[in-house]
Write a protein that binds this ligand. Structure first.
Ligand code: UDX
Length: 431
């Protein structure tokens, strides 16, 4: 099928590459000509494992194209995805400016029988609004469908997630929209949920809010376990084997960051409030998440006499296998320590210059051991694989004091104790 995708951010770019991978002819559209030029040259503006190869392969096979000519790309398409950003506004509302702007831009040029698929994460009722916008331009002139088709891509494994979805969600007002999308996804063998527009939009928010809730639950448990001298990793193992719970998203630590969970949890709380429902549970999920990073700050300060000294931060990204620092817990922790006059050195395998978009007065070292030289406390903020294979004997000779605060419970407490380090995790027991 001929597909056009408006928006070449994480979601649009990965969706376009993977739809071309399964045989569709895809044109990705962005209003930024420089970004389009970069992509046409095969250069990817984001760090995402496996994206480079799948992009180049499908460009070479003439199944994947990039353009800033939205009119031409829209006119040629059977399915048009809207995959532009829906950031959080100050009030916690979702900013739909870009989504509605795209709807207005494409409406005059839509072909008869086109399907417009909303891939952006949008509040319940948005697809209906987009339908009204298009109807206001075209009346009964053309037959078209607006469908909801949310994504569930995780940064760092987005290509895998796009090629191996657990399920595909399609919301539509009629069977035609469902049939077109089932044809588009006919190469996948996962369950396809056919539902209403509103339900599809809500499934996305409920999915992220539940995952965030699961993380805040295990984090709250880690705080209690720390007081009872119980190791939280044992609790995660013990409950995770229950098929109704599952082992994933039970890693206690400094909590969630990223461009999705914070935004989507806040959006659901705000949407509920507008409907007169006080979503206390999700407010507590936010509270717990916000407190985890404060606990890390206190753990670090505890080992700095008169709150003087230097700290070596291992990891800046909000999670491994990405260069994304949006809402990364490292930002809060580093800024808090800097407010106490603590000198910060850091190392992240991927995050380099972009750290300065979020944090100033930080020495972002080129190699990991340089970030630990002469420090009083080491704090691991992101569980990059490289940090699990460090030479702690060498580190013993580099640091001023042997203290490790493991904000991701990623390290082996006994191994560190054997090298003479004081180790503190989140709900960890060293015996
Ligand atoms: C998330 C959802 O997983 C994805 O389905 C949705 O489309 C977008 O939002 P993402 O934010 O990219 O994906 O990463 P994810 O792997 O979900 O991690 C989110 C945050 O939770 C990270 O900060 C991670 O460190 C944290 N996390 C995750 C935990 O603290 N504990 C866990 O056990 C798992």
């Amino acid at each position: 099928m001929k597909v056009s995708i408006v928006g070449t951010g994480y979601v649009g770019l990965i969706t376009g590459c993977c739809l071309s991978e399964i045989g569709h002819v895809v044109t990705c559209i962005d209003k930024d000509p420089n970004k389009i030029q970069q992509l046409q040259n095969g250069n990817i503006p984001i760090y995402e494992p496996d994206l480079d190869s799948i992009l180049k392969k499908n460009m070479e096979s003439n199944r994947l194209f990039f353009t800033d000519d939205i009119i031409g790309a829209v006119r040629a398409a059977e399915v048009i995805f809207i995959a532009v950003g829906t950031p959080m506004s100050e009030s916690g509302d979702v900013d739909l400016t870009s989504v509605y702007a795209v709807a207005n831009d494409i409406a005059p040029y839509l072909n008869n029988n086109v399907t417009i698929a909303i891939k952006s994460t949008v509040p319940v009722g948005t697809c209906e609004e987009i339908n009204k916008i298009i109807r206001s331009f075209r009346g009964e002139e053309i037959v078209y469908n607006v469908v909801s088709n949310p994504e569930f891509l995780r940064e760092g494994s987005a290509v895998y997630d796009a090629m191996n979805p657990d399920r595909i969600i399609i919301g539509s007002t009629d069977q035609r929209g469902l049939d077109v999308m089932k044809q588009l996804y006919n190469k996948y063998n996962c369950p396809i949920i056919e539902t209403t527009l509103n339900a599809s939009e809500m499934i996305k928010y409920a999915s992220n809010a539940f995952l965030a809730t699961k993380i805040s639950f295990i984090n709250a448990m880690s705080n209690l376990c720390e007081k009872l001298d119980v190791d939280i990793t044992m609790i995660s193992k013990g409950i995770g084997l229950d098929k109704r719970i599952g082992p994933h998203f039970l890693n206690a630590g400094v909590g969630y960051g990223g461009s999705c969970f914070p935004k989507d949890v806040k959006a659901l709380i705000t949407a509920a409030k507008e409907e007169g429902y006080d979503f206390k549970l999700l407010k507590e999920v936010e509270e717990v998440n916000a407190s985890q990073r404060k606990i890390i700050v206190q753990k670090v300060l505890k080992y700095l006499l008169n709150k003087q000294g230097s700290v070596g931060v291992l990891g800046l990204a909000f999670k491994p296998n990405t260069d994304d620092m949006r809402e990364a817990p490292s930002i809060f922790v580093i800024k808090q320590l800097q407010e106490h006059g603590i000198e910060i050195k850091a190392y992240d395998p991927i995050v380099k210059e972009q750290v300065y978009n979020h944090i100033t007065n930080i020495k972002n070292c080129k190699e990991v051991y340089g970030a630990l030289e002469g420090v009083d406390v080491i704090v691991l903020m992101t569980e990059w694989p490289i940090f699990l294979e460090l030479d702690w004997e060498k580190i013993s000779g580099l640091v001023r004091k042997k203290v490790v605060i493991d904000a991701r419970n990623a390290l082996n407490p006994m191994m560190l104790k054997n090298y003479g380090f004081i180790y503190e995790g989140m709900g960890r027991v060293i015996n």
